[in-house]
Design a protein around this ligand. Sequence first.
Ligand code: GLA
Length: 734
Amino acid sequence: MTFKKISFLLSACLWCGAALAQNITISTPKTSMVLSAPIGGNLNYVYYGSKLSPTDLENIETTHPSLYSAYPVYGMNCPTEAALAVKHADGNMSLEMEVVNVTTRIEKDGELTVVELKDKIYPFFVNVYYKTFNGTDVIETWTEIKHQEKKPVSLNRFHSAYLPIRRGNVWLTHLYGSWANEGKVIQEPLQPGVKMIKNKDGLRNSHTAHPEVLFSLDGRPQENSGAVIGAALCYSGNYKLMVDTHDDEYHHFFAGINEENSAYTLPKEEVFTTPALALTYTNEGLSGSSRNFHGWARQYKLANGNQPRKILLNSWEGVYFDINQEGMDQMMNDIASMGGELFVMDDGWFGDKYQRNTDNSSLGDWVVDTRKLPDGIEGLLRDAKKNGVKFGIWLEPEMANTTSELYEKHPEWIIQAPQRDPVLGRGGTQVVLDLTNPQVQDFIYQLVDNLMTNYPEIDYIKWDANMAIMNHGSTYLANDKQSHLYIDYHRGLEKVCQRIRAKYPDLTIQACASGGGRVNYGLLPYFDEFWVSDNTDALQRIYMQWGTSYFFPAIAMGSHISACPNHQTFRTIPLKYRIDVAMSGRLGMEIQPKNMSEEEKALCKNAIAAYKEIRPIVQFGDLYRLQSPYDNLGVASLLYATPEKDKAVFYWWKTEQFANQHLPRVKMAGLDPDQVYTIKELNRVDNEPLSFEGKRFTGAYLMANGLDIPYSHKLDYHKLNDYASRVLYLEAAQ
Ligand code: GLA
């Protein structure tokens, strides 16, 4: 790689009197970030927003003064929160950093700018990184921290990044929820005080809060208009995002690893790398920000983001732990006959000394239970081949049960507070393996490596993680490094993932963690997709998938047709509606097909065939959210369009049913105003077609008016129900 000195733009610095500022501009196709970085001076933030012209750049500091450090450190006149706070070897608690060098480097996928900072007195160094990605409006920023002090330095806070956001009428959009209710959208105006979003589960980090946020800069958030800054912390462990608003003109936004109970003792020369914060700016509203994240994710941040995902049947809700050879064969046959492409055998297939018949044993004993599967994995692969589908398998590699051969052999491998009995998780016996320990890392890597070496036909792994870190302690970490547990756990996990991906880049791996506990950009580079939630209720999924779509693309969102009454909410929803919701993500099924009627199977077969047609639009298209379910107007709607805008899929789901209700007519977005689109309904169940079936409309008309969707379906009397949904396929005339 060739390093070249950054070409500095010189501009008069009104704020520091005599000196000239040396500005760095980080550019993406539609955005600019400007920093002031004079050698020997401070690294200060100047501007982040829409792309600046050379004229605007020249004068930017006259109206965007560089008031704030781009990476505020604690100890010397730091009025707001700090991104970095340390205790030096001699006990000094302060830092004062100055710029010593700035370089940029062209990389194969973008450009990397490094600002090197050094403390004015101590041999303490911080490199601040800014990375762009070709063809996207995302900038990642992170830091590397190191020192050459004689003794270790204690890092007491070590955020990845800081961004000042001009006050006005700024609204924050973020996610909050719980198990089986992930991805709920919260929108609130930023007020004085500290808004904190954090996680301390230790292992999973997206059931409740999420480390991604959106700032709508022009008042109440709009989907398809308005300036928005999006931020996603690319980390799988404990995080802390803070917005500090006090007595000045800015909201002060910080994001990074949660330092609570995680003080890090940094020896001389060791480099502490903080996870990247991915930033994006758009003036196309929340949906624009999502499109930026989705495009960046598919190209750079999601394993195999350019490969279409297979339509699968997962065994979990169909048979739970009741795994056996005939049952698996039957399910493979059923999904194949409906046009599916992959069968995934979930929990319950393993254990020798201890059988896994429920959730209280055998994790760690990854050998086939030959009482259930006499022909082993060979037999399953044989049946998959016979049925013409691929085969996938469930693992929970980071875990053990105290009732397992693994625990009997290696009781020291589990996370446990020194001198105390471990707190036990799921099933009253689950424990977490200590991934700070390289032996444990090897064990997990070998589990996957052996499986894939012995059975290279395995196409898919569902990688589950169903427990928090409930005890603080590691028998591997030294006594004075116990506070490294949360951080080193995720370093260990990432190392394992890197090894697996180096050898098995094409294997599809799903990140599941009691549902949506691992939906984050720290892990997605190693995973093809995630399980949105253990809740498969179609109505609740509309809300959860809506929230999740703010940051994560449909190609990664496992979305399955399941049985009714639903196993989590006990709600009875007609199959048509369940299909129409599942088809807005990565379509799959999670049901016992044996219990479905021929008519239901035919409906699914038809939907799977239709999904194959629209798969490229859903999985690679641009998302336009149209009508939020959170507005409580009785309907939710969104649309995916190809980048060329020649094809689109429009989803419309009624979210409640009242007699004589009045729903809004949903206007479309993201179409080409000048193109003429033909409308075709998918998954039709009505006795007669929609009035506009096969009719043609311009994109301009559809975006100004939308189509008037009937509030109910025209069905025979005994089939009428309280749900209505439509999926429309739009194709532009050639
Ligand atoms: C977790 C997952 C489920 C299923 C079970 C199996 O709860 O989220 O999808 O795999 O484990 O025990």
